[in-house]
Design a protein around this ligand. Sequence first.
Ligand code: PMP
Length: 317
Amino acid sequence: VVDYADGAWQDPQIVPYGPIEVSPATAALHYGQALFEGMKAYKTVDGQVVLFRPRDNWARMNESAKRLCMPEIPEEIFMEGLKQLISIDADWVPQRQGYSLYIRPFMFGSEGLLGVRPANSYKFIIFCSPASSYYAEPVRVKIEEYYTRAVEGGFGYAKAAGNYGGSLLPAKLAGEQGFHQIIWTDGREHNYIEESGTMNVMFVIDGTLVTPALSTSILAGITRDSVLTLARDWGMKVEERRIPIQEVVDAYAAGKLQDAFGTGTAATIAHIKSITFRDQEMELPPLAEREFSNRVSKELDAIRYGQAPDPHVWVVP
Ligand code: PMP
């Protein structure tokens, strides 16, 4: 836990997990100055505890902070906090493939205030919890045409708490219809694929890996970047661009929609079982035929658990 006051981050402290006291007028609770990160610690086959690309989480947190008028967190506070916390919690990092210690750094405006303005005081906190991956089974997803997660010029690219608050109702409604996740579309015309609730989304169409280009309404997933990097390393054709829903429908009709999956820290690679658009449920090929997503999922796991070379130096002891 570290407080920001008088224009500076104060002394970081490690404290037992428990309630924190805040004013009823806390800025975060009223005006939404709240953001977070999600990352994981893994235990390698040699028993070493490692993080996956932690500096990318730090950098993304600061991008979010800028957008929400919050102070940036210095790299050394972020990294040293992780290091100390994880060394205390090392025994909680499961030594089992697919399992990890989930780490939640977050920051919020802690000043009690009534006028709408950026807070003058903040709290930055990190806590952890053991985790398995989100979805054991391939997921059924629905293309959302009514609700919008994020709009151009908004803060969808920030990992802001408010983005998730607005997603809960559409996700609940989709859940009641038997879907595990929504595929969000653009807020203007609902014609283009954006991302999923907690994952970026990718397709293999006729041998090309295609994913929506980053924008102000899409979170720059660290898993997304890792998957694209590996695909390029392997000589695969990769396209980051706008993807009309119709392109996916047409590819499916032509038998060219070979793979679809979500990428994210929690899920790693979540295979998509089917995509529903309006009344049509498009069933993806059986898992055994998903060459790319199977390979990249295995490779990322192997890098994380220390079973494969790590040419991009993603893993940090
Ligand atoms: N999009 C959203 C909305 C998310 O919450 C997440 C999870 N952080 C992602 C994408 C995937 O990002 P990452 O790969 O960095 O976990």
